[in-house]
Design a protein around this ligand. Structure first.
Ligand code: NAD
Length: 324
């Protein structure tokens, strides 16, 4: 069964409602994982400079194209502008490097990764640059680059055909409203952390009003951040073990992962779960042969704790409180 799509504004391009997230996919297996995911039905990939595996992800896509599994226009490729490249003169330079790394002529979607410009790091010296000003120093240095100037450079990428859609990640309502006031090309997408502990109904309503599609990341909540030993995630019970979720999964004869992803797609969101395992990959795509009742949707909505695991206000030095 083909995955349902969401139509993006203003381009009118369609994107599969279930994609594949590339964060923490190890470099030595990324090409094979991407190739396998295409074989298993994925047509939408979510990468980033910061994930450090763009070359390998592109290798997997290009091998699948070469082998006749898909055509380029059937795969939707998203990647992101890292925080050290927000200065207008760096946006095109780095987008072109990323295109060369993927071995692609265009990206379907290019997102500002965080509303947090950092001081430039020369890619020839350190790539991907990460959050720190120096490799041996856990210290972040911000840069005074207004969002509107970065967005203008993002718009130029669309004008030049290097990217088809542009958008943002980790933005709150006020910033989005400011962005659209000066935008010539409206943002197509907002990508945000989203799970039953962080439900964000007001942000959903705002994006609906503005015609901006939403991609949910870290749909399984704390799980992904336990890999990083995040104290907040270590101290939060797993959604896969939560009674509300497990009892629904049992009743529907589905897995807890499917219940969590179904809740998100039923809210109209796009999801991008990551799994290196073929069985789980197939399971995560199989979300459209069942549905949750409105009572079940409400029960999950009411698990909200306003709990965010990916917050640079918690893990950077000095803290960068973008969600304050
Ligand atoms: P995720 O919610 O996809 O969880 C990944 C974890 O869930 C892994 O441990 C995986 O093994 C496990 N898993 C996946 N499917 C499963 C299943 N069916 N059953 C049991 N376990 C399963 O976490 P994520 O990687 O944080 O988020 C997904 C994607 O979102 C990322 O890969 C990345 O592309 C994107 N992302 C974006 C940002 C951003 O700032 N824009 C931040 C984080 C993640």
């Amino acid at each position: 069964m083909a995955t349902p799509t969401i139509t993006l504004k203003p381009s009118g391009q369609k994107v599969a409602q279930v994609g594949f997230g590339l964060w923490k996919v190890p470099n030595d297996s990324t090409a094979d994982v991407v190739y396998g995911a295409i074989k298993n039905g994925y047509r939408h990939f979510d990468g980033a400079c910061d994930y450090g595996n763009e070359k390998e992800a592109g290798e997997g896509i290009n091998r699948a194209i070469k082998d006749g599994l898909v055509k380029r226009e059937e795969v939707f490729v998203t990647t992101k502008l890292w925080a050290t490249f927000h200065s207008p003169e760096h946006v095109k330079q780095i987008a072109k490097k990323q295109l060369a790394d993927w071995g692609l002529e265009y990206f379907d979607l290019y997102l500002i990764h965080f509303p947090l410009p950092l001081q430039y790091v020369d890619p020839a010296e350190r790539y991907p640059p990460g959050w720190s000003i120096a490799a041996d120093k856990w210290e972040t240095k911000t840069a005074a680059i207004p969002l509107a100037s970065t967005w203008k450079a993002m718009e130029s990428l669309v004008d030049e055909g290097l990217v088809k859609n542009i958008g943002v990640c980790n933005f709150q309502g006020g910033l989005l409203m400011d962005l659209i006031r000066s935008a010539r090309i409206q943002p197509s997408m907002l990508q945000i952390e989203h799970h039953p502990y962080l439900v964000q109904p007001q942000l959903m309503d705002l994006c609906k009003d503005l015609g901006i599609a939403i991609t949910a990341y870290s749909s399984f909540g704390p799980l992904s951040y336990r890999d990083l030993q995040s104290p907040k995630a270590m101290g939060t019970s797993l959604l896969f073990e939560n009674d509300v979720i497990t009892s629904m999964a049992k009743k529907l004869s589905r897995t807890p992962a499917q219940v969590l992803l179904r809740w998100a797609v039923q809210r109209g969101l796009i999801v991008i779960p990551k799994s290196n395992d073929a069985t789980r990959q197939k399971q995560n795509l199989d979300l459209f042969s069942f549905e949750l009742s409105s009572h079940e949707m409400d029960n999950i909505n009411s698990m909200d704790k306003g709990l965010r695991f990916n917050d640079p206000g918690d893990y950077l030095n000095p803290p960068q409180r973008i969600f304050a």
